[in-house]
Design a protein around this ligand. Structure first.
Ligand code: ZN
Ligand code: ZN
Ligand code: FE
Length: 756
């Protein structure tokens, strides 16, 4: 016989964990107790060693839905000869923070109740239980108890209380339950904010959508704009009113059958989209679908999701067609989540509002996920993920705050061995986004009882996130953007040893003051050294070129062809005036810094193929280029050589080949494919050269360019074929949404090393 103390860290309270442990202890014939603690639960278990092993395995595998175990610490103790197994009272110590649960999609049991006529929650949108429902978005403060959520306004009725107190009920100690007698309700309003009397507001809303109206719908973490996804005219109307030219809209479909009608979906993808997180999943479009062509123009994928909360399930059932379900905001601004703001700002966009009377405490966007080689990769980390922290190998002696980057902004709070990444906060380019950032900071500060000892931020002197960092009085460190991209992936996988890192993105401030974005590093995650780069070129008109891929193409052509560039057909797209303006910038090097950005190289090729000369949203041109690529072996070739201690990936031959193939009127799809393959082969080739010199074998890929699935899958395959051990993020975005975690991780490793 042995006795073990099992400390469980994570979200295990309010999910039926203790009764579950009680039953498991009976099953494996163990004595002892279970109780809630500051950071989760503690189990003392005594019995045969074999049984204890099986018990440990069982509780992790069969954990009740809604439970999250972050860490499990097991220690052996001398025998105590317990007479039985008991559920003990909680330890009364007031924790200074707890790990709070994320929002979850409605579970299958609740869905069954929602649609069964005899159930008292029939058609009740707020149906939930211990396993599902809103959590993080409605929690005011820790610990997670009903009075600390916005459900505090809705006292439990007698029937609900009975369920809450019944250990046999799915709703035993479920903090957020309610029913039509005691819970929040939906109401319909016109676009001047006047209530409309209806028997069933949700049903009425569905009918309005079917009639072609655009609605603002208050959901779990904010407002959506919803309308039919089948009618081109309605989609166009939404685009005009929302001022969103071509950026794809997310679609919510009634059921999996609909998904299969419009997309190609694997079993693994089906599992992801039906799961508790229920994200927007990027799926390859099918040809000839009933979805309006302007929903996701020039894009390989649809961003689709299934109805995840009660209101969505009722709405989609009633409407019976796929709906646009896009964030209620104006381009690049944060999602609107309060009624007053919705009424004052969205009235020109929508015809009606469907609104409930439960407060959203903190806004949380829908998460966006794609798959790479069958594995999920989160591109926007919000609902369902946040605030579950990343677990580090050992405890940090200080509290670290990382302010992230300016695009796809997130921040990170690191304390002890947890790194808490905020939800996606949008682009810090406008006042509402900056205000949102501060507000969410305050919320996290309160929830986690967090005041930093050290602040880390991007090296870019003009980033808003850098200015935010400067407002703190504690010590600060500036970190290079592309190193943080690599470190973020290292953090996810707990890598502390030396790696080779490829960091490809749009732009970031380099250590030499030029614009980086096609960088190779080697070293430990906190001591990365630049080992190579894409051959730099002039970024004509600086940041102005980000919106105008053709300017990048011009710069590259000018460098390799000189004035001969005017002879190629591509140049006929632009007026003489525009061309000579750029030539002047090029020759005199005015407002044209050096830039080694891989993202810009994709832009340039997109323009050369006449796909996109302008970006109406981030990465539009690159996406159009990916859209026409196919899986084939043909490739162009980068020249790779060493210069001044750096491995240079020289693009000149690649661009020259593109121009030649264009002259030969080769299929643009083939040209795009050859270009994608060239970049993948350049990575593998550079990695091989570095391995020969250093013996390093672990390769990290990170940065927004690797959101390109064709490129990333090809690159990963090549690395595997060459016996590398590649790492690609899954739980953090490869884009700038992961930067704050990388910044925090670098600081953490440094601090730890100093203390050792
Ligand atoms: Zn449920
Ligand atoms: Zn009730
Ligand atoms: Fe970046």
């Amino acid at each position: 016989m042995i006795r073990k103390q099992i400390q469980i860290f994570g979200c295990v309270q309010g999910v039926g964990f203790r009764p579950f442990i009680f039953r498991a202890a009976q099953k494996f014939n163990l004595k002892g107790y279970v109780r809630n603690t500051r950071y989760g639960a503690e189990i003392m278990a005594e019995g045969e060693e074999e049984n204890l092993q099986s018990f440990l395995h069982y509780i992790q595998k069969e954990l009740p839905p809604g439970g999250i175990i972050l860490e499990l610490r097991v220690r052996e103790h001398p025998l105590a000869f317990y007479p039985s197994f008991q559920i003990k009272k909680s330890l009364d110590t007031q924790p200074d923070y707890t790990v709070l649960p994320p929002d979850s999609a409605m579970c299958p049991e609740c869905e069954r109740e929602l649609f069964s006529e005899e159930n008292r929650r029939f058609m009740y949108p707020f149906t939930n239980c211990t396993a599902c429902g809103a959590r993080f978005s409605i929690i005011l403060k820790h610990p997670y108890d009903r009075p600390n959520t916005s459900m505090k306004e809705f006292p439990l009725c007698e029937d609900c209380l009975k369920e809450y107190q019944n250990p046999a009920s799915r709703r035993f100690h479920a903090q957020t339950i309610s029913c039509p007698n005691c819970g929040p309700v939906f109401k319909l309003y016109d676009n001047r904010g006047r209530p409309i009397l209806t028997e069933d507001a949700v049903k009425a809303a569905a009918l309005l959508i079917k009639e072609g109206k655009i609605l603002a719908i208050k959901g779990m973490g904010g407002f959506h704009l919803a309308c039919s996804a089948l009618d081109e005219n309605i989609v166009e109307k939404l685009r005009q009113r929302k001022k969103r030219e071509r950026k794809p809209f997310a679609i919510m479909v009634p059921d999996v059958e609909w998904l299969k009608r419009i997309c190609i979906i694997s079993r693994k993808e089906e599992e992801i989209i039906r799961g508790r997180i229920s994200p927007i999943l990027l799926l390859k479009k099918k040809y000839h679908t009933p979805i309006a062509s302007n929903v996701a123009p020039d894009n390989r994928y649809f961003g689709v999701m299934l109805p995840y909360s009660g209101v969505h399930k009722l709405l989609l059932k009633e409407a019976g067609i796929p709906l646009i379900m896009t964030s209620g905001n104006f381009s690049e601004e944060p999602i609107i989540y309060r009624e007053e703001e919705a009424f004052s700002r969205l009235h020109q966009v929508v015809d009606f509002y469907l609104i409930h009377n439960r407060e959203i405490v903190t806004p949380v966007d829908d998460s966006i996920v794609t798959t790479v080689k069958g594995q999920p990769v989160v591109l926007r980390r919000a609902r369902g993920y946040v605030p579950v922290p990343f677990v580090l190998k050992s405890s940090s002696p200080i509290k670290i705050f990382a302010t992230g980057a300016d695009l796809k902004s997130t921040f990170c709070m690191l304390r002890e061995n947890y790194a808490f990444l905020s939800q996606h906060l949008g682009d810090l380019q406008n006042l509402p986004s900056i205000e949102r950032y501060r507000k969410v900071y305050q919320h996290f500060h309160k929830l986690l009882n967090f005041t930093p000892d050290l602040v880390v931020h991007d090296l870019h002197p003009d980033y808003i996130s850098t200015k935010i960092a400067s407002e703190f009085e504690c010590p600060k460190i500036a970190l290079q953007h592309h190193k943080a991209h690599i470190a973020a992936v290292a953090a996810e996988f707990g890598i502390e040893e030396k790696v080779i890192g490829f960091s490809f993105d749009g732009t970031g401030y380099g250590e030499d003051g030029t614009i980086w974005g096609g960088e190779i590093f080697t070293g430990e995650p906190h001591k990365l050294k630049r080992a190579g780069t894409l051959k730099p070129f002039l970024l004509l008109s600086s940041e102005g070129a980000v919106k105008e891929p053709w300017r990048v193409a011009f710069s590259l052509l000018m460098e390799i062809l000189g004035k001969d560039l005017y002879k190629i057909h591509w140049a006929k797209n632009f007026s003489d005036e525009k061309l000579s303006f750029l030539e002047n910038l090029f020759v005199k090097k005015i407002n044209s810094p050096l830039c080694s950005s891989m993202g810009r190289l994709f832009d340039a090729v997109s323009s050369l193929l006449n796909l996109k000369h302008h970006n109406s949203f981030e990465a539009e041109a690159a996406m159009a280029l990916e859209n026409i690529a196919v899986e084939k072996e043909d490739q162009y070739q980068f020249e790779i050589y060493e210069k001044d201690g750096l491995l240079i990936m020289d693009w000149r031959k690649v661009i020259l080949s593109v121009v030649e193939d264009l002259k030969k009127k080769k299929d643009p799809s083939l040209i795009s494919t050859k270009f994608h393959n060239a970049v993948a082969h350049a990575v593998a080739e550079a990695a091989k050269r570095i391995r020969t010199e250093t013996g390093l074998n672990k390769v990290i890929l990170s940065g927004g360019v690797f959101q390109n699935k064709i490129l990333t899958e090809k690159t990963l395959s090549l690395l595997e074929e060459n016996d590398f051990q590649p790492f690609f993020p899954s739980q953090i975005p490869p884009n700038d949404g992961g930067i704050s975690l990388g910044q925090a991780y670098i600081a953490y490793l440094n601090v730890r090393e100093e203390k050792e």
